[in-house]
Design a protein. Structure first.
Length: 378
């Protein structure tokens, strides 16, 4: 079964509806002066409507019982639809809404047979019914059955579309959470690595070189402030409403590379930058990707390389930005420097149709090289 899913509230409403319609149907049957209102007739009349109490739990059984009761009622008492057809319409709508299209098609065909058969049986038994009236009643019954079937299918399609949209929104939210987590990792990892290094330097020089220790502490202060600022800007997007005084700045890009390099140099890591090709502004996505790759690479140098010099190469090709960050540090012997950071960089590059390779260099040290398509430039 698919489509609309039952719940306790709607089932209780069905039970109430069935009870009301059953009462009205019994009153209608018993009050007819031209019909025998014996126990069998009352029972069959009740079965044409009472089963809809279970229409969401057992829609096929509900419709089957209603159809059998209608057909038996027409044979026993030459009556049709003592409930005005509400039981059949509700049961058919429920099958179309809750069951597969194959089951719905078969039961719809059976419903048409029962509806037409019941009216024909009653018409043959009552010769006083004019033919125009007979055909009019037959057409109305068939059209009502078709309407219930079509409405049920439409409701099912609407429910399926709603579920599809909800699932798509959930996937989009999950992807956004992954993106934010990646951004937080890059921001926190870089700044905390610099802070940790400078805090160690200041503790080591506190007694022997107070001036250098103060410089290191000033770097810690600047890095802390920058980290908090970036995290605040990033997390503000999670709030449904942003205060008017929130300062919204664009995501960083290669235009901020010099600031990143200076902070890394202040942490005690020499950095050289070489740019080739036609320097230009890149689309925001690849621009942020390139910046984060450099940032994560410098973070890894600070954390793992030991004493090292870093060389950053940017080659602006016609359609591709080639980015290379290499260091000459010794690094740990084991394990190799690969993990969530490198995986995140590779995922960033692949997101924009690029590639990223990272690994030890033959001459010593470690290198990260990314190729990012940037054909759509401004």
């Amino acid at each position: 079964m698919g489509g609309v899913r039952p719940n306790t509230t709607t089932i209780a409403a069905d039970v109430l509806l069935a009870a009301v319609l059953t009462g009205l149907t019994v009153v209608t049957v018993v009050s007819r002066p031209d019909a025998d209102s014996g126990p069998l007739l009352v029972l069959l009349a009740v079965l044409t409507v009472a089963p809809i109490a279970l229409r969401q739990v057992a829609p096929v059984t509900t419709l089957t019982v209603v159809l059998v009761a209608l057909l038996a009622l027409s044979l026993v008492s030459r009556q049709t639809f003592p409930d005005g057809g509400l039981g059949l319409v509700t049961a058919l709508f429920s099958v179309a809404t809750l069951c597969s299209r194959t089951v719905t098609a078969w039961l719809f065909g059976a419903s048409l047979v029962v509806v037409v058969g019941s009216i024909v049986i009653v018409g043959d038994a009552d010769a006083t019914i004019p033919m125009p009236v007979f055909w009019s009643e037959l057409a109305k019954a068939v059209l009502i059955a078709i309407g219930a079937w079509v409405l049920g299918l439409s409701t099912k399609r609407w429910a399926e579309r709603t579920e599809h949209l909800a699932a798509r929104a959930e996937r989009a939210a999950a992807q956004e959470r992954v993106r934010i987590a990646r951004e937080l990792h890059d921001v926190v990892s870089h700044h905390m690595s610099v802070i940790s290094l400078q805090a160690g330097v200041s503790r080591y020089l506190l007694d022997t070189d107070p001036a250098a220790a103060r410089t290191a502490l000033a770097t810690v202060e600047d890095e802390s402030r920058e980290a908090l600022s970036e995290m605040r800007r990033l997390l503000e997007v999670l709030r449904p409403e942003q205060p008017a005084d929130v300062e919204l700045r664009p995501q960083p890009g290669l235009a901020d590379l010099e600031s990143l390099v200076e902070r890394t140099r202040a942490a005690g890591v020499p950095v050289e930058v070489a740019v080739s090709g036609r320097l230009r502004t890149l689309p925001s996505g690849p621009d942020l990707c390139a910046y984060r790759v450099v940032q994560e690479s410098l973070t890894n140098v600070i954390k793992h390389a030991g004493p090292a010099t870093v060389r950053i190469g940017l080659d602006y090709g016609e359609d591709t930005l080639t980015l290379r960050v290499a260091d000459d540090g010794a690094g740990p012997v084991s394990p190799p420097r690969a993990g969530q950071g490198i995986r995140g960089m590779r995922e960033r590059a692949e997101l924009y149709g690029g590639t990223l390779e990272a690994g030890p260099r033959d001459e010593g040290g470690f290198a990260v090289e990314a190729r990012i398509p940037v054909g759509d430039v401004r």
